[in-house]
Design a protein around this ligand. Structure first.
Ligand code: UDP
Ligand code: MG
Length: 131
């Protein structure tokens, strides 16, 4: 499960999280790495089909933590308790996005948010969540 991320668990990272259109109601060239895939045209139709909710999360090892919460790409492979495992049925309607590497976390955050749009704050419970 994204084993390349385990080595980066000590780093403070950014990851880009998005509730996809189906997640909002029951665009952008964001998926450029998937341009050659056969499902790409349908993916672009899907991702531009309605409003999305964008988030940028920051924290130690957050790329992998977020992917764990989201679950596998195919909702039928995603564990119960994950967002996709609990709320989605098909890969083509899998409710949420999360970056797959620290590099893509930075790239996608910069693609969706302008300088100054991100609100940086530390919740009071932060020391109880991470050492
Ligand atoms: N996707 C699809 N069919 C496929 C594979 C992927 O429709 O066979 C869509 C799906 O919405 C997925 C997105 O393309 O979330 C991006 O694919 P990726 O392999 O990056 O999966 P993810 O990182 O979202 O788990
Ligand atoms: Mg991906």
């Amino acid at each position: 499960f994204l084993p390349h991320l385990v080595a980066s668990l000590e780093q403070v990272q950014q990851t880009y999280i998005m509730v996809k259109p189906d997640g909002v109601q029951r665009g952008l060239e964001h998926y450029k790495d998937l341009k050659a895939k056969p499902f790409y045209p349908k993916l672009i139709d899907y991702i531009t089909s309605g409003p999305v909710v964008c988030m940028a999360w920051e924290g130690v090892g957050v790329v992998l933590s977020a992917r764990k919460l989201i679950g596998s790409t195919d909702p039928l492979q995603a564990e119960p308790g994950t967002i996709r495992g609990d709320l989605a049925v098909q890969t083509g309607r899998n409710v949420v996005h999360g970056s797959d590497s620290p590099e893509n976390g930075k790239r996608e955050t910069a693609l969706w948010f302008k300088e100054g749009e991100l609100c940086q704050w530390t919740p009071a419970q932060a020391p109880w969540l991470q050492e």
